[in-house]
Design a protein around this ligand. Structure first.
Ligand code: SDX
Length: 429
């Protein structure tokens, strides 16, 4: 006997089915609510209580601080896996065997190169353009170089080709965006290099100069990309799914996701954290003063990198990144004063009633910027790195939505504007 929810609204009483997921999460399926109630709908700003889909990709429990990709705990994947292996897991549903994985990696590295005309598109941007704006534009431009990707009924083989192309080329786009911003010559991809080493090489090698990728940096980047790879129905992933639901190209959906991630309340927070920590440092490092500002309702200042829509416990990714920050800075021999400020803020917040009552803990963005800084990655590239990490998650979620044949996303609303009124000629207003 399946569970039901009884609803009494607008003088009507009826039941709606309750569905239960594999982790015993429950939802009232309101698919027939409007029909059963004669027009009543639900309203939920920010979708804080509303599920948009069922998904088999990522499970997270915000109360317990659990995060798993296709059932594998994030702690195990961060410690034992590689980013491209996690990308395969998210997109295709299982960890690949050795032969499959080697073939997947080779297909990706063989596709690192981009059409030379991409440079003309990038040259159209002023050098001070924010890298996220360039990245989303160039991602969309892939529809011009690969018009078959626009076919809404593309074959699974064609979809897989689109997937490998954007996975392979995004690091090239990201690195070239950075090089152009600095006025440096671009470095072409090296198909003999692994994913992260190739990206770092394109970011930091100078023509004619020697550049050895530091394995500590490459490994730390690989781990960070794993930690950012997916996070169920967050703002940017929901944007990818709803954009993809109109049956456009994977590339246009990814571009929409990049733009959604850019905002300071979402992926842009990692940049905002470093700017905040620097401001506190330059202001004398008085963490109590800034904590008070964060708690003051009349002060727009928020403690960036703190709080989360879902995690009401420690973000498991923040725990891993905090540990990695200590390891990477020690290995690179970097002393970063803002790390101590970050730890000081965390310590004060975790014992402060305002933060404890609201269950505000450090999230994925609180410590990641400190590692990027130690890796010589510039602040306005932090969210680009987040996008590189989140790319396989966006792809997996888009693919799942398409394979499930989900309808075009079109939410309803409750109208609260003027009721019917008559147009008045301008000289009578
Ligand atoms: C990411 O969804 C995902 O999964 C996102 C992400 C992913 O992997 O995709 O995890 C990545 O986006 C992480 C979040 C990065 N953003 C930041 O660090 C920005 C700072 N954080 C906040 O803006 C906020 O916590 C949000 C946006 C993350 C969550 O906002 P919610 O869920 O809408 O919560 P809310 O704004 O309603 O806050 C609840 C209360 C409020 O106080 P009251 O009105 O109850 O008195 O907590 C307060 C807020 O004022 N609050 C904060 C705060 N975050 C929430 N107060 C001070 N500083 C903060 N950072």
């Amino acid at each position: 006997m399946s569970e039901k929810a009884k609803v009494i609204v607008d003088g009507k009483e009826f039941e709606l089915p309750v569905i239960t997921g594999t982790e015993n999460e429950k939802a009232i399926d309101i698919g027939k609510l409007r029909a059963e109630s004669g027009g009543v709908i639900t309203l939920d700003y920010g979708f804080k209580n509303t599920g948009s889909t069922t998904s088999s990709i990522t499970f997270l429990d915000g109360e317990k601080g659990i995060l798993r990709y296709r059932g594998y705990p994030i702690e195990q994947l961060a410690e034992k896996s590689e980013f491209l292996e996690v990308a395969y897991l998210l997109i295709y549903g299982d960890l690949p065997d050795k032969e499959t994985y080697e073939k997947f990696k080779r297909e990706i590295s063989d596709s690192y190169f981009v059409h030379e005309d991409i440079k003309k598109i990038m040259d159209g941007f002023p050098s001070n353009a924010h890298p996220m704006g360039v990245l989303s534009s160039v991602a969309t431009s892939l529809t011009a170089f690969y018009p078959a990707s626009l076919d809404p009924n593309r074959s699974p083989e064609g979809v897989n080709l689109s997937i490998k192309r954007i996975l392979a080329k995004m690091p090239t786009f990201a690195a070239w965006t950075y090089r152009r911003k600095l006025g440096r010559p671009i470095i072409y991809p090296d198909t003999a290099m692994d994913y992260c080493s190739n990206f770092l090489n394109m970011m930091f090698k100078m023509p004619g100069g020697r550049y050895e990728v530091d394995p500590v940096v490459a490994n730390a980047l690989d781990k960070l990309l794993i930690l950012h790879a997916d996070h169920e129905q967050n703002c940017s992933t929901s944007t990818v799914r709803i954009t993809g639901s109109s049956r456009g190209s994977l590339y246009t959906s990814i571009s929409a996701g990049i733009n959604a991630l850019w905002g300071p309340l979402h992926g842009g927070a990692n940049m905002a954290v470093i700017e905040m920590l620097e401001n506190i440092r330059m202001d004398g490092g008085d963490t109590k003063k800034w904590m008070d500002k964060a708690k003051d309702k009349d002060d727009p200042f928020r403690l960036m990198g703190f709080g989360h829509r879902v995690y009401k416990n420690f973000d498991p990714r923040a725990r891993i990144i905090k540990k990695a920050a200590d390891e990477v800075l020690e290995a690179l021999g970097v002393q970063d004063p803002v790390l101590d400020i970050a730890k000081g803020l965390e310590e004060v917040a975790l014992s402060d009633d305002y933060f404890v009552e609201r269950k505000l803990y450090p999230n994925v963005d609180f410590y990641s910027g400190i590692i990027y800084r130690a890796m010589q990655i510039p602040v306005d590239m932090f969210t680009v790195i987040f996008a590189l990490g989140r790319l396989p998650g966006w792809i997996a979620q888009w693919k799942e939505m398409r394979e499930n044949g989900e309808p075009i996303g079109r939410p309803r609303q409750i109208y609260v504007g003027h009721t019917n009124r008559t147009y008045q000629p301008i000289n009578e207003r």
